[in-house]
Design a protein around this ligand. Sequence first.
Ligand code: FAD
Length: 310
Amino acid sequence: PFEVLVVGGGPAGAAAAIYTARKGIRTGVVAERFGGQVLDTMAIENFVSVPYTEGPKLAAHLEQHVREYEVDLMNLQKAAKLIPAKVAGGLHEVVLENGASLKSRTIILSTGARWRQMNVPGEDQYKNKGVAYCPHCDGPLFKGKRVAVIGGGNSGVEAAIDLAGIVAHVTLIEYDSELRADAVLQRKLATLPNVRIVTSALTTQVHGDGEKVTGLSYKDRNSDAHHDVDLEGIFVQIGLIPNTEWLHGAVGLTPRGEIEVDHRGETSQPGIFAAGDATTVPYKQIVIAMGEGSKAGLSAFDYMIRTEPA
Ligand code: FAD
């Protein structure tokens, strides 16, 4: 069996594995797709101390760093079930989709999250070419340009307020007849001169010139009329879904599916830790995922040296 089994190979899982392997404990990593969301990212300008890099390059560096150590890296393997140990110090079990079973004294869950998509024509084609999901990451790329934010919940309204300070103009598009964000955010939004709010609107298409986004179309749900908006960027803020469907009943999750962790990264089950976008820790970012992964790795090591094997 492993001493530490990391499930998920994004920035959080890679950091966790590096930290535990450096302690000399037997570490395995299972990843559906090593690299995680970083593989889907182009420009990265907020990876502290690296002013500019690109996702595939950072993912390759992550793998290279993990492979510096004796880590058993099982890529292209999906975990389907977690069975926590029945007794303190016992072995936890992870069952893979292919039926194989892996046992380990500690587990680090770092399966990340995925942005909900609009699923409209043009969205996929112009991803990273105007269609963006992370205002903290990509906001500055649209300095002085026109953008739309799709979604009037807390994250959409926060994004609109944030972007309004950087870009020339923001159109906020909400499907419902009213915004769903907290009142304090809505009040703040209403004071901004360069924001237009459109409610009861269904985005129907992303337009581009083959290279980048040039606009979007939406349907007014009251009149069925179609409208076009010319712009350079579209921030989709309709939900970030944690990849934790397979963990129901095994560890404590919030109603939104985020893994509940304490300040040491431990879940509701002793010896099972979690880190990164899959958890309740706010601000889903690469440096934060790496920090949390390192912390979970150190916590797993601490658990190992304090807990007698059952
Ligand atoms: P992830 O990167 O999501 O990795 C999860 C890992 O778990 C993957 O290896 C996945 O295959 C695996 N996995 C999932 N389910 C299973 C399973 N059942 N079994 C086994 N493995 C599983 N952040 C920044 O800081 N700067 C940026 O510029 C930036 N730009 C971004 C641009 C885009 C388009 C996107 C989508 C995100 C961006 N982010 C950016 C956010 C950043 O990528 C995430 O915060 C970060 O990758 C989270 O790391 P993680 O390790 O928690 O999860």
